[in-house]
Design a protein around this ligand. Sequence first.
Ligand SMILES: *[C@@H]1O[C@H](CO)[C@@H](O)[C@H](O)[C@H]1NC(C)=O
Length: 283
Amino acid sequence: MFPTNLLTLSFIFTSLTFAQDCTLQFDGRIPGTLTAAGFDATNQFFGSGNVFGAGLAFSQLIQLPAIAGSLFDTATVPLEVTISDQSIFNAQTGFRRAELIPASNSGTDASTTGIKTLHFSLMKDAQRPLNLSHEYQLVFLESNDFSTNQVVLKTGTVLGKATADPDTLQLFGNVNDGGGKVLFSTPFAAGAFHNFAVTLDFDALTTQVFFSTGAAPLKAVTQAVANDVSGQGQFHFGVLKKPTDGGADITKSGFQEAGIDEGVIFGGIFQEDSSDNCVSLSA
Ligand SMILES: *[C@@H]1O[C@H](CO)[C@@H](O)[C@H](O)[C@H]1NC(C)=O
């Protein structure tokens, strides 16, 4: 009797803490059967129309590296977003960029209302290293009126900020608040997935960060801190490379060297409903 109870208790504790089945808002975890060309067609995972350079298509920039999945990729596979000299979107000649946006994320949908937790994992590609003289945005929520990023994960030399070590992942809050407060930062080590969960309370206007590397379960690394996440918008996952110097409008000016062949590997992109405090810490 006693051992049985103990077992039951420990099982319940484990299921509550590490394997919650939270309601999904969107799921960008892709099956191994999806090809790069599959990103050009309408699909259930990501929008096929943008963001990528004029004249390009996702099939020219998505790579499907044959590596093990991330923490939440139990039956799904990682993908890589790459940029080249051709990655000039919407005449933004100061940027080189390519990003995936979840298929259901219109800018005014429920992914930016209530309380939601955004999950993603990312890893360096040793074959396509970033140039840390530049600032990169790898994951961000851009408001529906394009006036701000309410949360943004950056690496490299962040413009307007003192960057002690550019080989760092820095998660900033709303950039209209003095360029954004650093909510969490961690070294961007080679050869391992960096797993993030970011709980966005669109009512209380707070953000809480969870983090782990490799196969370790997520742990809270911040409390829910004040951060203006209002304004709805779209979640971007990819590589947005800024110029090293830009003047008044860095979207249109500034230095970008030629010969770009850079990429970042993503896994486990999904969002869950956390209105009942449900946050998955491992798969
Ligand atoms: C890194 O970027 C800087 C600024 O664009 C450039 O001068 C330098 O050549 C780049 N380094 C490499 C290795 O590409």
